[in-house]
Design a protein around this ligand. Structure first.
Ligand SMILES: [Zn+2]
Length: 436
């Protein structure tokens, strides 16, 4: 295939820091930030004279100038990946020297012009960007790559990284590629998908907590993170210039190294204090999961909760959402505001999950014991309930220790066993009884 170079170039100075004759057709675009507000001339001159083994095909200057440093037919030394640079046109863009490595409007406009021109001449019909490292090399799915996928670097910086979709969209428009209509996601209340909430519910029920406890816990998690495991505290999204997903990805790929000590709340429980964030990070690394992985965070949360003994004790015995929620609020989450209003609000969130899931959690099942049989109640006060799955008592409580007849058995929330009393037609927990 005949290689050409862009006619948009305003300055040309080739560098010897390259590999002659690329071994792959051009089918990928890799945009970098040069970490300096340079002109194209400054960039080309640098690559031509430096002792460092680095270069790029093009440099886009802060003033919109475009420099050619390595001809398109040759492979630049740019992205810390031989296979990437053999198939990609690499472009260094003048940028600020600090996060988020912003570029000027002139540089951004020139970048779009240049990328469009590269695509046209190299028969790249559509730019595809999914921010998905696992698609490297699958150019039919994604033909833009970023330096941070190949090395522990922030490159191309958040400013350009966040604009990759926009760059692709604008270039595709100019290429005449008919874009599919964007999928409009309408936010609903609550903002989490049913599946996430259900997964969390089932997880804690599976750990043996009853429905009230799980609802109380989930109401707090909803208040903290809207049940979004990749949630980065909003004030830090602005401070760090990172979205939830960009922060998560940067922590995962090692380009962001201040996760433990940045004091930013993160994840389901909005872990903030450095030792807790450190433990979370170490746990994620141990199980080889993303820092934003839902199941990983649940397992970690459960493990962490075990050291909050008074909270877990309250949760295990909880007979109301409010009690469970308050215990989590004041003993585990401990936000600055623990007022009565906050308590009511969080328990209210919990109640929504309770109403949604509790009844389906524990349908009475086939009796495991042949009934009727007698049990001996050791506790002096034992509530009698309408259903094994709800907390509502009917006829007060059994106040007397003694022997009672169980006419039916069923499982309640959290795999607890319940027995139906002949007298009163209510249910009692069999956790407090022995066969008589
Ligand atoms: Zn780079």
């Amino acid at each position: 295939m005949a290689f050409t170079n862009s006619s948009l170039v305003t300055y040309k100075r080739l560098t010897s820091h390259c590999t002659k004759n690329r071994n792959h057709a051009i089918d990928t675009i890799t945009i970098h930030c040069i970490v300096g507000q340079w002109t194209a001339k400054q960039g080309c001159d640098y690559f031509a004279t430096t002792d460092r083994d680095c270069s790029s095909n093009y440099i886009v200057g802060k003033d919109g100038s475009i420099g050619l440093s390595v001809e398109e037919k040759d492979r630049s030394w740019c992205s810390s990946s031989s296979s990437n640079d053999h198939r990609a046109i690499t472009i260094e863009v003048a940028s600020d020297t600090t996060h988020p490595y912003a570029v000027t409007a002139q540089a951004y406009a020139a970048l779009i012009d240049l990328v469009t021109d590269i695509c046209k001449r190299n028969n790249i019909k559509e730019l595809k960007w999914k921010a998905d490292k696992s698609l490297i090399g699958q150019v039919d799915k994604q033909n833009m790559t970023v330096h941070r996928w190949f090395a522990a670097k922030a490159c191309p910086g958040e400013y350009l990284y966040e604009r990759h979709s926009a760059i692709a969209a604008e270039v595709n428009k100019r290429l005449g590629t008919v874009a599919k209509p964007p999928v409009v996601v309408t936010p609903t209340q609550p903002t989490t998908t049913v599946d996430v909430a259900k997964t969390i519910w089932d997880f804690f029920i599976g750990k043996g907590l009853n429905a009230c406890a799980v609802a109380g816990l989930m109401g707090n998690l909803y208040a903290e993170s809207a049940l979004k495991p990749t949630n980065l505290q909003n004030t830090y999204e602005q401070k760090l210039g990172l979205s939830d997903s960009a922060y998560t990805q940067a922590v995962d790929n090692g380009s962001y190294t201040n996760f433990v000590k940045d004091s930013a709340g993160y994840g389901l429980a909005q872990w903030t204090y450095w030792s807790r964030k450190q433990a979370l990070l170490q746990y994620a690394q141990k199980v080889k999961k993303s820092i934003g992985d839902l199941t990983m965070q649940l397992e970690f949360l459960w493990q962490e909760l075990q050291s909050y003994t008074s909270v877990t004790k309250t949760l295990k015995a909880a007979t109301s959402i409010q009690v469970a929620s308050d215990a989590v609020l004041t003993g585990y989450e401990r936000p600055a505001n623990q007022s009565d209003a906050v308590k009511v609000k969080r328990a209210g969130y919990g109640k929504k999950y309770y109403d949604q899931y509790a009844s389906s959690t524990a349908k009475p099942t086939t009796p495991t014991a042949s009934v009727p049989y007698l049990v001996k109640v050791d506790a002096s006060v034992l509530n009698i309930r309408k259903q094994p799955t709800t907390s509502s008592a009917i006829t007060g409580a059994i106040k007397d220790k003694g022997v009672y007849t169980i006419v039916e058995e069923a499982s309640g929330a959290g795999a607890t066993r319940w027995g139906k009393l002949k007298s009163g037609a209510g249910w009692i927990s069999l956790d407090y009884t022995k066969r008589a």
